[in-house]
Write a protein that binds this ligand. Structure first.
Ligand code: ADP
Ligand code: MG
Length: 283
């Protein structure tokens, strides 16, 4: 990858604060983001994995802040630390040092039980390989967060129907995942992730296993949930055209945030300049 030109041309900011972003947003023509405290914050995250006799430093001190309703993309090459970062942001894993605060709760400092509970209440995850339960119907998969919490699907039937309609799968509620196309399976996974109206939706390469058109349908749904529902989204991707859906792109390289690009607009309809900027950075 032509990384060296990116290194020299990319301004390296130490602070990726929502305040700075919000100040910029307030001055932008859209000015759409209200001044609020961040809904998600990472403070100086370091993550080391044991490897053989030594260790790998997957994250080398990452700080970021996401404002409520923001759609942020985290972009970088394979192995740059994107998934590690997303897992820490969502409380799926713990940092070696540093802290993650979701909606005012420092999840890194909770015991495992409280952290799991907070993760279920505050976050929704979408993964590259859908992770649906094969034995459950489409509707039951969407209702899974409620079933895990000990509720019945009947109690949440209206919500499940609403989510199925949102992703265009009302007619397939009683199907099993293996009766669906890959794109349809990812739409089920997205509906499931949104079921509890989480404070943040975290998506790790959600289009990585889909063809271009099907992937674009998923990105349109993500964008729609940000635009219509004010859903806060953090999207991990190595694809510039996917990242271009976001309000802001954080560029990760070798376990660090190396650049930040504000799209200056909401949505992907004028994605050209952002894609061009990412191309300049070798992404
Ligand atoms: P990305 O999602 O950007 O491809 P990852 O976050 O998966 O990157 O990985 C970042 C680095 O950490 C890579 O060098 C990877 O090999 C390493 N890594 C990730 N997970 C583990 C793990 N569980 N054990 C050891 N090394 C890991
Ligand atoms: Mg990854």
């Amino acid at each position: 990858m032509p990384g060296s030109s990116a290194e020299s041309s990319a301004p390296c900011s130490d602070s990726f604060s929502a305040d700075a972003h919000l100040a910029a947003a307030a001055g932008s023509p859209a000015g759409r983001l209200p001044p609020m405290t961040p809904i998600l914050e990472a403070r100086d995250l370091v993550k080391r994995y044991p490897l053989g006799a030594g260790e790998v430093e997957a994250l080398r001190g990452v700080s970021l802040a996401v404002a409520p309703g923001e759609f942020v993309a985290i972009m970088g090459a394979s192995g740059s630390g994107k998934s590690t970062l997303l897992h820490l942001l969502g409380g799926l894993d713990l940092p070696t040092s540093g802290e993650v605060v979701i909606d005012g709760i420092s999840i890194s400092n909770l015991n495992e039980e409280r952290r799991t509970l907070t993760r279920r209440q505050k976050t929704g995850f979408v993964f590259q390989f859908f992770n649906l339960i094969p034995l459950l119907t489409v509707a039951e998969n969407v209702a899974l967060p409620f079933l895990i919490a000990g509720d019945s699907m009947n109690r949440h039937r209206q919500r499940v129907d609403e989510l199925l309609a949102m992703v265009g799968l009302s007619a397939k509620a009683t199907h099993r995942p293996d009766q669906l196309s890959a794109g349809e399976q990812q739409r089920v996974a997205l509906a499931r992730a949104l079921a509890t109206s989480p404070a943040i939706l975290l998506a790790d390469e959600p289009t990585g296993n889909l063809d271009y058109t099907t992937g674009a349908e998923i990105l349109d749904l993500l964008w729609d949930s940000a635009d219509r529902l004010g859903q806060t989204i953090v999207l991990v991707t190595h694809d510039a055209s996917a990242a271009a859906y976001a309000d802001r792109v954080l560029v990760v390289r070798d376990g660090e945030i190396r650049d930040e690009i504000d799209s200056g607009r909401r949505g992907h309809h004028e994605a050209g300049p952002l894609i061009a900027r990412l191309a300049e950075l070798g992404l």
